[in-house]
Design a protein around this ligand. Structure first.
Ligand SMILES: [Ca+2]
Ligand SMILES: [Ca+2]
Length: 65
């Protein structure tokens, strides 16, 4: 694992993409067998927990690049 985490790269595949947003969305909806490889990467609104605010920021980040 690289020491620097890519912001939003919640599935830890080395890049931030729509797949990460989808994964976080599933996790927030408590879809069974949804596991976050690196939940801290998704904590864009840094309060040490994941919620809809982080997903909003991830979506915005995806749109804005
Ligand atoms: Ca990713
Ligand atoms: Ca957060």
């Amino acid at each position: 694992m690289p020491e620097t985490t890519i912001a939003g790269d919640v599935n830890a595949d080395g890049e931030f993409s729509i797949a990460d947003v989808v994964l976080l969305q599933k996790w927030l909806l408590a879809v069974p067998d949804t596991k976050l490889a690196d939940w801290k990467a998704a904590d864009l609104c840094e309060d040490n927990k994941l919620n809809v605010f982080d997903m909003c920021l991830m979506r915005r980040k995806l749109v804005n690049g």
